[in-house]
Design a protein around this ligand. Sequence first.
Ligand code: SAH
Length: 345
Amino acid sequence: MSRVNLVGLLPSELEDLAVELGASRYRGRQVATWIYRKSVFDLEAMTDLPKDFRAGLAERAVIEVPEPERVTPSQDGSQKLVFRLAGDSRISSVVMPDDDRITLCVSTQVGCGFQCLFCLTGVMGLERNLTPAEIVGQVLAANRLLAPDRRVTHIVFMGMGEPLANYAALVTSLRILTDAKLGLGYSPRRITVSTVGLVPGIEKLGRENLKVNVAISLHAATDEVRSKLMPVNRSFNLVALMAALRRYPLAPRQRIFFEYVMLDGVNDSPEDARQLVKLLRGLRSKVNLIPFNDWEGAPFQRPPLQRILAFQSILLDAGLTTTVRWSKGEDIGAACGQLREPVPA
Ligand code: SAH
């Protein structure tokens, strides 16, 4: 029988496991505290657990945090971590320090099945879903890599894969990350889940009461353009998507984030900006314009700076909060849309 990885189990599942081993639920809570709150991944070091319970655990379980196979620093201070997982799959995470903030961008799948035309991960196709252990493991591994007095402060689900297409593992991971007592204790306001716009998943996530931020990869304000760029729009069009977002339960002062990759001559005209204003009217939103990040063989180009700023001005003038997000790690293939592993030689 293969042994279960304790990383990725909910605190309640660790309690159940303790009971199965003939111990009290309290012992399970202690294990959760060691792993998630103290980042201790060695059973031997869990000194307040009875010896026989530790021995029983060791027979049934392992504690496995993925070790980065490669850490590549960027000139801008960010770092790309590449992990080799079971089955020889590779994924990456990106650590992005910014003053007091350290944002970690995590992956949820090996590859991605949605084939957005401008995204290099889409070229890989979908290989498999990540497990909760592999998702939470990226955070634990990044924290272990940082200086002892520092840890990841913000987490964005914007790496490889479509989070809502790996729904169960996503939600389990979010519960572990946000559990304030027995999990990692991240405030849900510091976590953002980005999606291509899977309407049923967005509705389901809204009912989980997790209170994490939601980001929508919008990239176009008309079905005509969006369906060309993102095949998923043919299944869930803008009317369906916007209706789901208008119903989405937002906390006071919380907003929906929109990502809009700027593609030269495709979605960057003043008319596109005006359509976007119309689409978002009345919704509490924040728009992040992402200048296209190039990759070899990409059928798109980044618009000239002037055009990006003119687009932004139209949104700002209409009262939309809008920033231009210059991706980090472009020099190391870690920027938005550049994640692909292994990198072909
Ligand atoms: N699948 C989810 C999570 C990935 S987030 C989603 O699409 O939201 C990664 C973000 O980078 C998405 O908004 C994606 O559309 C954007 N992106 C993809 N390729 C890009 C590129 N070449 N340049 C800039 N942004 C890109």
